[in-house]
Design a protein around this ligand. Structure first.
Ligand code: HEC
Length: 339
């Protein structure tokens, strides 16, 4: 009755231990896996953001370079004449030039467009078409429309301190944008119109800025990001599934080992009880006649229990194996009975 109860209790605690061990393994490896996926996802997201910023930076640079080439083309000709229209009236800031407005032989009125005026008009067209916004700005502008905003002012001051360009994520009118600005060096040929507003050759008082709304770019990137996140999600779920499967197998294996151990322990207990309770003399010898086990009846007969002593010496006090030794015959499977 008592042994039954003990056995039941042992079985229950073993089951509890087995279950909690499996759960512990599962939770531990799931945690490590989730953390690993999370860290990789963070790293990948960071790399994607860095890559997006690098592309934005490249796009902004391209826009700046294009502006520069158009400006250079205009400067190459000292400005260009275009027909006067409501959208392109004569530039009041060029009023001092004698040839600002001319007339063709057929009576068509033309007005001089300086690089700055042209750039401003191009930027307005570009804003409608591309969503990005370019702006020419100076610390002391001729036209107040070309006054810098706070961010541009910071960049212009940085150019005066030697910065070659400024590019970063910053808000423009409350909209998060990638903003980029490079300076325009004042040259001798600029002074013809800009000397009176304080420009000196070699100075970096002005520049062109480009603002690309990040949302505009994210829309393009959106699908890519969603598919990357979904891929990570699928790998994560697959990993969890694998861990659950592995944990189950491991727990079954642990269970199997425990069961075998229990069976062996039970068997050994049974045979020990049997050997200890019978009155027959039992001992077990190794191949080289050394005593490996004696049961209590045999131990009582020998007086002392010499484990590892040679059997013929310990039991019969003989130097050599006994002449009646049946060991060889036993090894060949014969049954030997002494009466
Ligand atoms: C033909 C005269 C002329 C020349 C030459 C000229 N500019 Fe201008 N620039 C102007 C005028 C006029 C404006 C104002 C245009 C407007 O209406 O936005 C202007 C505007 C600018 C602006 C915008 C800020 C402001 O002052 O309003 C920058 C920057 C600028 N010019 C840089 C240059 C540089 C650099 C050079 C030489 C490489 C140059 N310009 C040569 C006439 C000139």
């Amino acid at each position: 009755m008592k042994t039954d109860m003990t056995r039941k209790i042992r079985k229950m605690s073993w089951l509890k231990e087995r279950l909690s061990r499996a759960v512990r393994y599962g939770l531990f490896y799931s945690g490590v896996w989730t953390l690993g996926i999370f860290v990789t996802l963070l790293w990948h997201s960071r790399a994607m953001i860095e890559q997006s910023i690098a592309s934005l930076n490249m796009r902004a640079k391209e826009s700046f370079e294009k502006d520069l080439i158009i400006r250079q083309w205009s400067l190459l000709h000292g400005g260009v004449y275009v027909p006067v229209t409501p959208e392109t009236p004569p530039n009041p800031y060029l009023a001092q030039l004698p040839n600002r407005d001319i007339e063709t032989t057929s009576g068509q009125k033309l007005t001089l467009i300086n690089p700055g005026y042209m750039t401003r008009q191009l930027h307005e067209l570009g804003k409608k078409r591309f969503g990005s916004k370019s702006h020419m700005a100076s610390l002391n502008p001729i036209n107040p429309k070309n006054s810098p905003d706070e961010w541009e002012r910071g960049a212009l001051l940085a150019f005066q301190n030697g910065a070659a360009e400024v590019g970063e994520v910053a808000a423009m009118g409350g909209v998060p944008c990638f903003r980029f600005m490079r300076p325009l060096a004042t040259e001798k040929r600029c002074l013809f119109c800009h000397e009176k507003d304080g420009h000196r050759p070699g100075e970096m008082r002005c520049g062109i800025s480009v603002a690309i709304p990040i949302s505009y770019y994210w829309e393009e990137m959106g699908n890519h990001i969603v598919s990357v996140y979904m891929g990570y999600g699928a790998i994560w779920v697959m990993g969890l599934f694998g861990i659950a499967l592995g944990t189950r197998k491991l727990s079954a294996y642990i269970g199997h080992i425990r069961k075998t151990e229990e069976t062996l322990r039970d068997g050994e207990e049974k045979y020990r009880t049997m050997m200890e309770s019978i009155g027959d003399l039992v001992y077990i010898c190794s191949d080289d006649f050394r005593i490996k086990y004696v049961n209590p009846a045999m131990a009582a007969k020998m007086g002392r229990c010499d484990i590892n002593a040679r059997c013929h010496e310990a039991i019969y006090h003989l130097k050599a194996p006994c002449s009646w030794c049946a060991f060889d015959r036993l090894k060949q499977g014969e049954q030997v009975v002494y009466v």
